[in-house]
Design a binder for this molecule. Structure first.
Ligand SMILES: C[S@@+](CC[C@H](N)C(=O)[O-])C[C@H]1O[C@@H](n2cnc3c(N)ncnc32)[C@H](O)[C@@H]1O
Length: 164
């Protein structure tokens, strides 16, 4: 996911600041502001002594998405593949593509969908909106306009399976 304030660029600095004995015994990693998990996944990738993780974020859309990946990744992937297929179908029809994006944004904002559809829409919007921004108004309505990527990767199955 694209996420404002993501710490990908700072991973080396963060790793260099970790306690030196971190390789020696099992530990629990607690990430209270997980966002899109740049630090979390680099911890999982780099420390075989990591025994358990505890994550949190005030953004319930993002946390629900983590739950969906953990519990229903296959179903999530099939929803994302369908969204990707339809979005690409409108590649040369900007008005139709725009209509599709705003329809899916309204569906997301209705918050009537089950958690799997809601998570697929969350990822879809993240990949197709302007600059991957996440912005909601005071009614918790996502209000970022469509972005200009022609063929954004909407369904990254390999990565989703890895995150699970
Ligand atoms: C910059 S992002 C975190 C980046 C992330 N740690 C990484 O590895 O790239 C900050 C996150 O903190 C969350 N956040 C902000 N205020 C919070 C709060 N009071 N409690 C929990 N999460 C909060 C935001 O929703 C956002 O996802």
């Amino acid at each position: 996911m694209k996420w404002a304030g993501g710490k990908t660029q700072l991973l080396e600095t963060i790793h260099n600041s970790l306690p030196k004995d971190i390789y020696e015994s099992k530990f629990t990693y607690v990430e209270p502001f997980v966002g899109s998990g740049a630090v979390l996944f680099s911890m999982i990738n780099n420390f075989s002594t990591l025994d358990r993780v505890v994550i949190n974020d005030i953004n319930s859309d993002s946390i629900n998405c983590y739950f969906t990946i953990k519990d229903n990744v296959t179903h999530l992937i099939s929803e994302l593949k369908e969204l990707e297929f339809k979005y690409y179908t409108f590649k040369d029809k900007p008005e139709d593509r725009k209509e599709f994006y705003y329809l899916k944004r309204s569906e997301f904002n209705s918050r009537n969908c089950d958690i799997i559809i809601q998570s697929s829409l969350f990822i879809f919007l993240n990949r197709t909106c302007f600059n991957g921004l996440y912005r909601v108004n005071r009614n918790n309505n996502f209000n970022v306009p469509i972005g200009s990527y022609v063929t954004p990767q909407i369904c990254d199955s390999k990565n989703l399976f890895f995150c699970k």
